[in-house]
Design a protein around this ligand. Sequence first.
Ligand SMILES: Nc1ncnc2c1ncn2[C@@H]1O[C@H](COP(=O)(O)OP(=O)(O)OP(=O)(O)O)[C@@H](O)[C@H]1O
Ligand SMILES: [Mg+2]
Length: 462
Amino acid sequence: MTRPDQRTVLVVDDEPAHRLMVRAVLEDAGWTVADAASGDKALALLGKVQPHVALVDMKMPGMDGLTLLRELHARMPGLPVVLLTAFGSVGSAVDAMKQGAFDYLTKPADNEELKAVLEKSYEYRRLIEENARLRAERTGENGGIIGASPGIARVRELIEQVGPSEATVLILGESGTGKELVADGLHRASARSRKPLIKVNCAALPADLLESELFGYVKGAFTGAVKDKPGRFQLAAGGTLLLDEIGDIPAQLQAKLLRALQEKTVEPLGGVKSVETDVRILAATNRDLRADVAAGRFREDLFYRLAVLEIPIPPLRERLEDLPLLTGHLLRKLGKKNHKEIRTVSPAFLEALTRHTWPGNVRELENVLERALILARSDTFGLDLLPPQLAGLVSEQADAAPGETHNALPAALGHAMDDAERETLVRALGTYAGHRENTADALGISRRTLQYKLKKYGLTKR
Ligand SMILES: Nc1ncnc2c1ncn2[C@@H]1O[C@H](COP(=O)(O)OP(=O)(O)OP(=O)(O)O)[C@@H](O)[C@H]1O
Ligand SMILES: [Mg+2]
């Protein structure tokens, strides 16, 4: 396994002498070099090494450089590929650039030029990733976890701490609290992020189907098994496997799963050999697994295997202070999806949201807001857009007419306000557990300014 900070280049060339020469030059420049004599061998290597960039010879017997370029991009989108072409075939190099090669060099490549191009491609790759990460942090897009409550701040902190480790994590929370979102975050924060995150819903399939989904089968294992099929453990190779709804896994599969986790191998159905696996395991459930263990419904040894670390997500009703941020975030997300923009949410609308108990948590909130968005005939949300059982939680008079809603919260927070400032405030508040004085100090502003900004961004109740 390569260290995440180690730069790795994949070199593919059919000439052994040229591979050796390139290896020497690049190792000297601090690269870790993985090389392969053909496209097929290079693709086979991808399970074991995770290159940051690739250097590929155009003309090779078997799979040529252009085909390999496409295959590499199918497996690792965004991987910068530098092609080596024979002198005089610049035409095909231009073709290659059109197909997404990062750059090309003519053979024999000048050592300095070679190092410079690879350096540039690595830097480019790093910038793209850094940008994507910053954008995701700032806007909460790509599955960012929104919320200003200490509970959610703790969840984000745990993701940062635990994400990069190889530890098995058990994500606990009621239905709709964002367990899958947390799993996405853990995977993204890990060195495995460039490999797949594969999810299996253990509640969705009967035992025998789930078994073949997880572990795969070999040709002839049963009627209809006309060829080998890899299981999800194998599909997640090098990446992460989320065992969702783990509390609902049939009893007869628990022992086999435990063995797979302990021995890091799986036995495909009907097979005689066990297959080694390289996956990081995450599990999620809305059940009280400890109670299930106590009642004999869930194996204790499996529980301890899975719960090396636990991330509990508090239910929404215990963190109603997250409602304004979540509402803003979800409205922006839903607005994009429905091509409809909401500018203001009436105070009564928000008030009703805070009085509901949210058994379906954030997913329920998302549904309520989407319904309102679809029904809305102006760019303001009033009580009339809520389902009756929710609207009934506050009085009609409380709903001010549009235009008089001076203290209404802007709905699409990101449109009207500065995303970055808001995110900073939320983070700082989370870091200091909502303590105003410490938060203001940390941000280098006065308490009054903090108070004003919290109000401005709807981070206080009033
Ligand atoms: N803190 C949050 N910030 C932003 N969006 C959230 C948050 N929590 C949940 N969501 C959104 O709510 C929806 C439900 O989340 P998710 O599917 O992760 O929940 P879950 O806990 O896996 O639910 P279930 O137990 O029903 O499978 C998703 O659309 C998710 O993006
Ligand atoms: Mg889920």
